[in-house]
Design a protein around this ligand. Structure first.
Ligand code: OGA
Ligand code: MN
Length: 246
């Protein structure tokens, strides 16, 4: 674990240039006017789901949850603690050389550093094969490099839709180191919302309408609440696979 103090030292010692724009081209940040931040979805709302994996998805209405059921998945315990460690061992040395970006108000992401990776060690390659086999149809073309996004504890992702020019119909992400809450809001209609609880070591998948018609965001620590329950946000790393537009 890198403590905040250690992080400061690492940043101070780092001479490497950071690549702020690495993944800018895949995100279209939406203006806050289209994404009103209305009430959170607590237990009083109609979108309550039966227990099981569905307990990780809350919607503004049961109909909305039903209509997106095949397009939004959260799979808890998708990787083991050992696999999380193997991923961290591969990713941490490279990430540590970059610094977190905080001060660009126009960025879709606040408090982050990112990289991409094409080739992996054996343990990690196995995990990625599993992600791809559950998330993407066989034979489809995938975006070669896997995207790694490291959010500081104070970092968050603002509402955006991934570029339709660079990314296809499916986005699949592993969450490492921290639980978090992802919110989806239908573009142009703040009333239609889903919230996903993304437990540490889970995999989420967004497909089709959920990916094209809804913006997604990762809530900041102060707002990180799911069904009325506070979900503390720590540093969080996501490992994201995407396919190519067809
Ligand atoms: C992105 C994004 C989500 C995540 O990088 O475009 O939405 O899980 N990331 O980190
Ligand atoms: Mn995105």
């Amino acid at each position: 674990m890198v403590t905040p103090i250690k992080m400061k030292l690492l940043q101070a010692g780092s001479k490497q240039l950071h690549s702020r724009y690495l993944y800018d081209h895949i995100r279209k940040c939406l203006s806050s006017a289209t994404t009103p931040r209305s009430t959170r979805m607590g237990t009083g709302h109609g979108g309550l789901m039966p227990p099981g994996d569905d307990a990780l998805i809350a919607g503004s209405t049961p109909d909305l949850v039903r209509s997106l059921r095949s397009q939004v998945e959260v799979k808890p315990h998708f990787i083991t603690e050992e696999e999380e460690c193997a991923l961290m061992e591969e990713l941490e040395p490279g990430l540590r050389k970059k610094r977190y970006e905080f001060d660009h108000w126009d960025d879709a992401i606040h408090g982050y550093r990112e990289t991409e990776r094409v080739s992996w060690g054996l343990a990690c390659a196995g995990v990625l094969t599993r992600v791809r086999s559950v998330a993407f149809p066989e034979g489809g073309l995938l975006l070669g490099p896997v995207h790694i996004l490291d959010l500081d504890k104070a970092g968050y992702i603002k509402p955006h839709i991934d570029s339709v020019k660079f990314c296809g119909s499916t986005i699949a992400g592993l969450s490492l180191l921290s639980d978090s809450v992802m919110r989806l809001v239908r573009e142009g209609s703040g009333d239609e919302r889903l919230e996903l609880l993304l437990p540490r070591r889970s995999l989420y998948i967004l497909r089709d309408q959920a990916r094209y018609d809804f913006n997604h965001e990762i809530l900041k620590d102060e707002e990180s609440v799911f069904r009325g329950r506070r979900i503390p946000r720590q540093r969080r790393i996501s490992v994201i696979c995407r396919n190519l537009p067809s």
